[in-house]
Design a protein around this ligand. Sequence first.
Ligand code: NAP
Length: 284
Amino acid sequence: MVSKKIFGLLGYPIKHSFSPAIHNAAFKALGIKAEYRLFEKKPKELTDFFKKLRSGSIRGVNVTIPYKEEALRYLDELSQEAELIGAVNTILGKSESLIGYNTDGLGFILSLRKEAGIDPQDKKIVIIGAGGASRAISVHLAREKAANIILSDIIPDKAEKLVSHIRKNISRVKVSTVKKEELNSGVRTADILINATPVGMKPDDPLPIDPRILHPRLLVCDLIYNPPKTKLLTEAEKIGAKTLNGLGMLLHQGALAFTIWTGREAPIEIMARALEKELKTQAN
Ligand code: NAP
């Protein structure tokens, strides 16, 4: 009997992840004998976990909060994207060596193109939040030749650091920071607004921006996928702006990871249906 190949999600804590549903549906559809599990590991359990990963008993993992950066020190090799972003969300175990990738940024770009039908090239983009997700998407948006990227974080220094990093590593990109109180003018002439903060995940969260600055020519993106329609997206819809939630990014980053692990094209429609079903199950 051929034993199952094990993949999974490393993080702590891992609550209600959609990833097992997406990946297990994909394995089943392609007849791959594999299983995707949750590896909820405390910081003190990390060293042992990475030993296991290196031994080959686990073939690959996705990495989530709080280990996307921490994982780097256990890896032997990094993809160009992971190196540039400085964090990994996908690890492949290959002949006892561990290779790190980051599919979050490209996952977002694919969602922008496929779900929203928008190409980031030549667009003016305002991003709220300069944490891990913002870093992944802003690096990719810069590489995709966005005309202008404006970053704002509750801690201005964090946004400044990300701007310096992008300027240093990607040539001919217009990127700057803006303080929260100056967001208004930035958004007024923007094509795309992205919420890359966790503000909006909880029902009593405030809006990450003043909704009066939204306008109908904007595409308003929220990287949050649960809830699928945040207060920000509701406000954007009210004034007739186009919206995009984080479900597409989640789907595409997962599909890219699937291909890294299996070398096969991901059955994206099946993964999308599994995601929808899981979303409905968790909502009930
Ligand atoms: P993170 O590392 O904590 O970064 C969020 C950043 O936003 C932090 O610097 C935070 O500052 C800042 N911030 C918080 N409130 C703010 C406000 N009101 N205005 C401006 N900045 C503010 O989190 P992350 O990992 O980047 O994740 C961000 C969001 O993206 C989460 O909701 C996550 O679920 C989502 N995400 C989605 C996907 C997907 O596949 N769709 C993938 C990755 C992440 P403090 O640190 O001071 O709070």
